[in-house]
Ligand binder design. Structure first.
Ligand SMILES: C[S@@+](CC[C@H](N)C(=O)[O-])C[C@H]1O[C@@H](n2cnc3c(N)ncnc32)[C@H](O)[C@@H]1O
Length: 366
């Protein structure tokens, strides 16, 4: 049990409402505080609410993890069938007309834009050699980055189906051995010679040693993390000195100075999305920046790419109404159907400037 600080004013009215989204996670759940400094008592202009983590909370976290794993176990094949190996938004020019063929290219562009924004170098002596993909889906980013830089890449997901599929796709490309995926939540370092390897593991309790990776990447997994401080601090822990950390994630809008939290109708909208996509309470990009500062991370940068992703959800909805989309959705099960039904709410959230598509990058001190 421990104490946690919770800076986001309105906890969502979900069964998950007490999950951690604040700047400091439970002290005793953080295995080792980063040696480069972890100020535990920072100042905040907003009132800080204190929750005591309970056994119920732990159970709720476990329930959330189980829901996430089952959601992706069930829906990943549907997504892959229609959209391919990348389970994330595309990046588009804000004024461009987009055809259906442009979307896969836009997803690759998203990866390239994120690497560029973070200043990841292509130079032979500076390019990343060991990369971690946190919340890897079926491994699209891992394989792309491994091939781009000739890097070793490890991917973690909660979904056994995703880990197996990611490994099979890597094996088909000659990047991995078939069937070497770890399906249990494990706490040891499992990989050997493979260039790319995937395993089932929890981002909040990673099975990697300190300082192992020179690029730590999270593409659209942060929104699933119930403890944002733990999420970022685990990424920072496994990052090598000087390594880049890249988080591309769904956030809610930054709060105004005069605001304690989101408006009730905003919270209501996010609740519906949370229920369908197995998300804990959201936070803002500004909160991620505060977390990175608290962890003494350097070169912290953030951008709002909401306008650059605007064509994405309309295209996803359009694809769900094709014969292939509809039949595979119906075959896959209720969790996927529920996910499809709330897609219009994502568009509504963006249109209301409530949902922000954010990138946050930083570097571990050298
Ligand atoms: C929307 S998918 C993104 C997949 C991938 N990054 C991509 O862009 O194709 C979200 C991923 O986050 C993973 N995830 C969510 N919570 C996690 C956790 N606590 N630990 C590890 N992975 C997690 C899910 O299993 C899923 O693979």
């Amino acid at each position: 049990m421990g104490t946690l600080l919770h800076l986001q004013a309105p906890p969502l009215q979900l069964h998950l409402r007490t999950l951690r989204c604040g700047l400091l996670g439970e002290a005793n759940r953080t295995p080792s505080f980063p040696p480069w400094g972890f100020p535990r008592h920072g100042r905040s202009r907003r009132p800080v609410r204190v929750f005591v983590a309970s056994a119920t909370e732990t159970t709720e976290e476990e329930t959330l993890k189980k829901g996430i794993a089952e959601f992706y176990d069930e829906s990943s094949a549907v997504w892959e069938g229609v959209w391919g190996e990348h389970m994330h938004h595309g990046f588009y020019d804000t004024d461009a007309a987009v055809t259906i063929d442009d979307h896969r290219a836009a997803q690759i562009r998203m990866i390239e834009e994120a690497l560029r924004f973070a200043g990841v170098s292509d130079a032979p002596l500076k390019k990343p050699k060991e990369v971690l993909d946190v919340g890897c889906g079926i491994g699209g980013s891992s394989r792309y980055i491994a091939k781009k830089y000739g890097a070793y890449c490890r991917g973690i997901t909660l979904s056994p189906v995703q880990a197996q599929r990611a490994q099979a796709l890597a094996a088909a490309e000659g990047l991995a051995d078939k069937g070497k995926v770890n399906l249990a939540l494990i706490t040891h370092k499992p990989y050997g010679h493979e260039q790319v390897n995937f395993q089932v593991a929890d981002a909040l309790d990673q099975p990697f040693s300190d300082g192992q990776f020179d690029l730590v990447w999270s593409m659209e997994s942060g929104e699933h993390m119930p403890d944002k401080m733990k999420f970022v601090s685990e990424m920072a822990r496994v990052a090598a000195p000087g390594a880049a950390i890249i988080i591309v994630t769904w956030c809610h809008r930054d709060l105004l100075d005069s605001e304690e939290g989101l408006l009730p109708e905003e919270t209501n909208l996010l609740n519906k999305i949370c229920n369908a996509y197995y998300l804990p309470p959201w936070c803002s990009a500004a909160e991620y920046v505060k977390i990175a500062k608290r962890l003494s991370l350097e070169e912290i940068r953030t951008a709002d790419w909401s306008d650059n992703v605007a064509p994405f959800w309309p295209a996803v909805i359009q694809s769900a109404f094709t014969w292939q989309g509809l039949t595979s959705l119906l075959r896959s099960g209720w969790k996927s159907i529920k996910g499809a039904l709330v897609m219009p709410l994502m568009i509504e959230g963006y249109n209301k400037k409530l949902i922000k598509f954010a990138i946050i990058t930083c570097r571990k001190p050298a």
